[in-house]
Design a protein around this ligand. Structure first.
Ligand SMILES: [Zn+2]
Length: 235
């Protein structure tokens, strides 16, 4: 293997590593999007909250209606006594009439409360229905999105397998010790091969000496940057 092909081969490996990393990041983003069901969970919570509120208001309405019925029953029972002819004591009659008057006031007030409770329950019902509609729409959108993401995931995984395959073949074309060195520098520096363009190491931006450049051009072995240790490549 000539000097040029050694560095060039490693540079190719590096390009393919970059491609593999980019596609892997894309695959990871798709997986994250597939697992992210926060919007669906949020709307489910909203539906649950609306349902709880509706139950509470319906319960309050039933209680208010029950109280109204109780008041009506008490009024009726007082009236029954009043008009039964069994009560003749004027003081008792007066007190019963007074009590009926008082109960009628309470009944009127309670009727207002029942109307308010009805309106509140209707409002809760409307909110509940709108949250359910929103949930259905969102779940439908989510299903479509999931199908699209699964499709993209398949494509990206195929591209990733292909890029890994090409990287593997390219790596196999390099001498094992050279590849090991490449891997070592890559672990430390992120990128192991730097272009030696314009008399500068493009990895660390430090100027290369004339003798460094001379070695890059002519040495049989690979040359590394004396500053950052990256393998220098002159295309
Ligand atoms: Zn350097």
């Amino acid at each position: 293997m000539t000097r040029t092909t050694k560095a060039a081969s490693l540079y190719q490996v590096q390009q393919l590593d970059g491609e593999v990393d980019r596609i892997a990041a894309e695959a990871q983003a798709i997986n994250a999007a597939l697992q992210d069901d926060s919007a669906v969970r949020q709307v489910q919570q909203a539906v649950t909250a609306a349902s709880t509120a509706l139950q509470q208001r319906q319960q309050a309405l039933r209680a208010a209606e029950q109280e109204l019925a109780d008041l009506a029953a008490r009024i009726k029972s007082h009236n029954d006594r009043l008009y039964s002819g069994n009560v003749s004591n004027p003081r008792e009659l007066g007190s019963l009439q007074q009590e009926v008057g008082h109960l009628r006031e309470l009944h009127n007030t309670q009727e207002e409360r029942v109307l308010e409770a009805m309106a509140a329950a209707e409002e809760a019902q409307t909110l509940m229905e709108s949250e359910k509609t929103r949930q259905e729409a969102l779940e439908k959108t989510r299903q479509q999105e999931q199908a699209m993401l699964v499709d993209r995931q398949r494509q990206v995984e195929a591209r990733l397998a292909d890029a890994r395959q090409r990287r593997q073949s390219q790596a196999e074309s390099c001498e094992a010790p050279l590849l090991q060195r490449y891997e070592q520098i890559r672990r430390i520096r992120g990128k192991a091969v730097a272009l030696a363009e314009g008399g500068t190491c493009q990895g660390c931006r430090v100027s290369l000496t004339a003798s460094d450049m001379q070695r890059v051009r002519t040495s049989a072995d690979i040359t590394t940057c004396s500053n950052c240790g990256r393998i220098l490549y002159l295309p």
